[in-house]
Write a protein that binds this ligand. Sequence first.
Ligand code: KE4
Length: 427
Amino acid sequence: MRLDKSERLFSRARRIIPGGVNSPVRSFGAVGGTPPFIVRGGGSRIWDADGNEYVDFVGSWGPLILGHAHPAVVEAAQKAAADGASFGAPTERELEIAEMIARAMPAMEMLRLVNSGTEAAMSAVRAARAYTGRSKIVKFNGAYHGHADGFLVKAGSGAAAHGVPTSAGVPLGYAAETLIAEYNDPPSVEAAFDANVNQVAAVIVEPIAGNMGVVPPADGFLEGLRTLCDDNGALLIFDEVITGFRVARGGAQERCGVTPDLTCLGKIIGGGLPVGAYGGRADIMRMMSPLGPAYQAGTLSGNPIAVAAGIACLRELEKPGVYETLEALGAQAEVGLRAAAGASDVPLAVNRVGSMLTAFFTSAPVASWDGAAGSDAERYAAFFHGLLERGVYAAPSQFEAAFVSLAHTPNDLAFAGEQARLAMEAL
Ligand code: KE4
């Protein structure tokens, strides 16, 4: 596989953009090698600057649940662009997507659109702090909620992959307001509350962890968080930036039956364009300006083109059977990975919820950050490159989720499974 043009582009990019990328995990720092510069996507495929074709299981890290360049999304964005890119004034589309989101997630009685998952999570935490008058938050080791200062303490995703779970540049005072608990470990959450009585504004959790790789909640874990928050006067925030509209139309909160006080969304609700949202109980959201004293704003929040793409995407997800299809495709992907590992006797743990999954190179079950961190990341890197050379584009980090879209076909998955078998054989 030739990457000459990508190598030239990467070399040029590194002269002006830190690491040559606009988001660290794209740099392949966790797996080594040169990241292909992508020129086009269509359906389940992407093509790079050297003409290499890949079946894509990253899907821009989750937004492209319909696949690349879905006609409805493309047409909606083109039409919106022709009417003007942005007005900095209210538009009907923003109201339409807000109502669509609230229909899917009734716990979002009131919500606001922003431009990214980071903005959604940081704004939700600000709303919780404003509502409770408290300053501390509890997050989980290995969880990632975007790059706002207070979240970059033992963070997952690219922060974990690049060995900076607690980022430089975050003042100790900020970090001190962030308490760390262990995912799927209720006593660690209780301990955080007991050591900070009446100081915790909120617990923020990825209800199905995606940023340590996929780690589902243990039975009763989310219910336990709900009870602990209620018993301690704290709010429960579900960061559903990945899981919202991914694992069900109503996200993880629909699947698990636990109702958060606030929800963060991103990725899928923009259909590949920059849209985030946060919302929840109306009495909490009324803290937000211009109604209340907590300020949050954004020049391009609710951007007409991005929202038009998001509406088109969500409309496709309202069609009957889409989540059954995603479940079937996700299951086929899982079976393919397990068969590939079995054929080469490679120890592998596969965690999957619907169409999001992760293959961990470990023989032990992965139910926490420690489990994920105990995986053989070097072996993952070798597997990743074995797949890439064979035309399969997986997540370039052990601590990420892979995604199957509605554009993937059973043949795509059979192809990927065979390449996984060959890549495992070569390990
Ligand atoms: P953004 O600011 O990147 O749109 O969203 C931040 C965020 C918040 N919450 C969760 C659960 C998330 O997964 C994310 C972002 N996810 C990563 C990949 N796991 C984005 C990829 C990247 O950083 O380039």
